[in-house]
Design a protein around this ligand. Structure first.
Ligand SMILES: C[S@@+](CC[C@H](N)C(=O)[O-])C[C@H]1O[C@@H](n2cnc3c(N)ncnc32)[C@H](O)[C@@H]1O
Ligand SMILES: [Zn+2]
Length: 193
């Protein structure tokens, strides 16, 4: 490597972070449907501040747009931190094939929404923005939840404490519930024999 290429490398500018959902003054919008409070599911959660009609936009998931490689590094670091501190293990949201949103910022209160096996909202990608949309009428005071949609792969890392009658015990997307059940049965059999 010549002198010039070294120079080039050191003068390479770091790209300014790109934030999704902040206004031109860098302020987050207000979301009057929700407030933050402590949750029986995990640490803090998001709660309905008023009655919310079915099929309405409840809150947008704000954050920094990052590439997949950066996302993996941040996700691993957050997971490690969650093993020793009372913080969530995942605040990354998939945006598309190439990019994710890191929502781990105080101004993104949507990050406080917990997972439930019987959710009252679902996450929708609305023209490149992630919104939680109500699946049914939600009463004031109810905790706002959605299906995190985690694949089966790392099921053991994500025990579910949602407390709903149909809770499957781990945070796994609904399409994989049958596979999860079979997997758990096989494990049980192995242990007994
Ligand atoms: C995006 S945060 C949700 C907010 C979190 N309760 C907090 O106070 O920061 C996601 C993390 O919350 C926890 N969590 C969310 N839903 C859960 C559930 N149903 N059961 C157990 N932990 C849950 C897990 O640690 C997960 O990685
Ligand atoms: Zn559950």
């Amino acid at each position: 490597m010549g002198k010039d290429s070294k120079k080039k490398k050191s003068s390479k500018k770091k790209k300014a972070p790109v934030y999704l959902g902040l206004d031109k003054n860098g302020e987050p919008p207000e979301f009057p449907y929700v407030r933050a409070s402590s949750s029986s599911i995990h640490n803090r959660g998001l709660f309905a501040a008023t009655d919310i009609p079915e099929d309405d936009y409840v809150i947008q998931y704000l954050g920094e747009i990052i590439k997949k490689k950066e996302s993996t590094q941040r996700a691993n670091a957050q997971h490690d931190l969650s093993q020793t501190e009372d913080v969530g293990s995942v605040y990354i949201f998939e945006l598309d094939d190439k990019t994710d949103i890191d929502g781990n910022f105080d101004w993104n209160i949507a990050r406080l929404a917990n997972h439930s096996c019987s959710p009252n909202c679902e996450a929708q990608n609305v023209e490149g923005e992630i919104w939680l949309v109500s699946l049914r009428e939600i009463e004031e005071g109810e905790e706002i939840t959605f299906d995190y949609g985690y694949a089966l792969e790392h099921w053991e890392d994500h025990p579910c404490l949602c407390g709903s009658d149909n809770c499957v015990g781990h945070i796994v997307r609904k399409e994989d519930w049958n596979k999860l059940e079979k997997l758990k049965k096989r494990r049980k059999k192995k242990k007994v024999s």
